[in-house]
Design a protein around this ligand. Sequence first.
Ligand SMILES: CC(C)(COP(=O)(O)OP(=O)(O)OC[C@H]1O[C@@H](n2cnc3c(N)ncnc32)[C@H](O)[C@@H]1OP(=O)(O)O)[C@@H](O)C(=O)NCCC(=O)NCCS
Length: 209
Amino acid sequence: MSELMDVLEIHHYPQFMDKCCDLINMEWPRSKTIRLRTLKMSCDNFPTCLVLVQSHEVIGHSKITPIPSLPLGCFIESVLIHPKHRGKGLGKFLMAKTEDHAKRRGMKTVYLSTKDKQGFYSKLGYTECEPVQIYGGPVLSRQNVKFVSSNKINTHSNINIPAQSASARASTTYIHNSVTPPPPPPPPNPSNSNTLVTCSASTYMKKYI
Ligand SMILES: CC(C)(COP(=O)(O)OP(=O)(O)OC[C@H]1O[C@@H](n2cnc3c(N)ncnc32)[C@H](O)[C@@H]1OP(=O)(O)O)[C@@H](O)C(=O)NCCC(=O)NCCS
């Protein structure tokens, strides 16, 4: 591994923001404006974005996010190594630095979720765990989590609609009576029926640091 390699907190090195944004967008394309806004939220307290830099090039990124319900736990996300530099131990190096960073900030446990990199994280000592809620609220039990792919929701999905008040029902009835009722939905295509509601296969993992 080159001596010129370093892991830096991006908010102390804003000159790397643009390159970091391009790197992340290569893997997970998104509006550059939104991406930059997220990177600019990096701070000494979490969230913190770390960049792996070699010879002034950004070749890796990770982000540490707080977990409001777990003061001694944090979430690692958007872990990424430039495609040209994969398979050389840099992902492992970046994760070790990211965990060190979290530890220095008093964290005891790090969490993450992944769709298809369980093998990578297992090698680094992560084990599967219950899902954690990173945007406030309690730790969720797996049984209470229903994953629905947002682009696959349609009228056949089993979404619970809350019970309406009498006045809401009345106004709904009025609206329904005033327009032509919609045609019945087409029967499901048997060859495609498993696309109506699908589970996102995210696996949550954790590691004590
Ligand atoms: C996942 C990623 C960060 C790994 O980085 P990397 O630099 O290629 O990984 P490393 O070379 O450090 O690998 C470390 C170890 O994990 C293993 N490994 C790497 N990717 C693996 C995978 N997908 N499955 C199983 N093992 C894997 C390596 O063989 C190596 O094992 P070793 O220590 O026994 O030699 C990189 O592939 C990447 O950026 N992928 C695209 C973005 C992504 O999916 N990020 C994860 C989001 S959850």
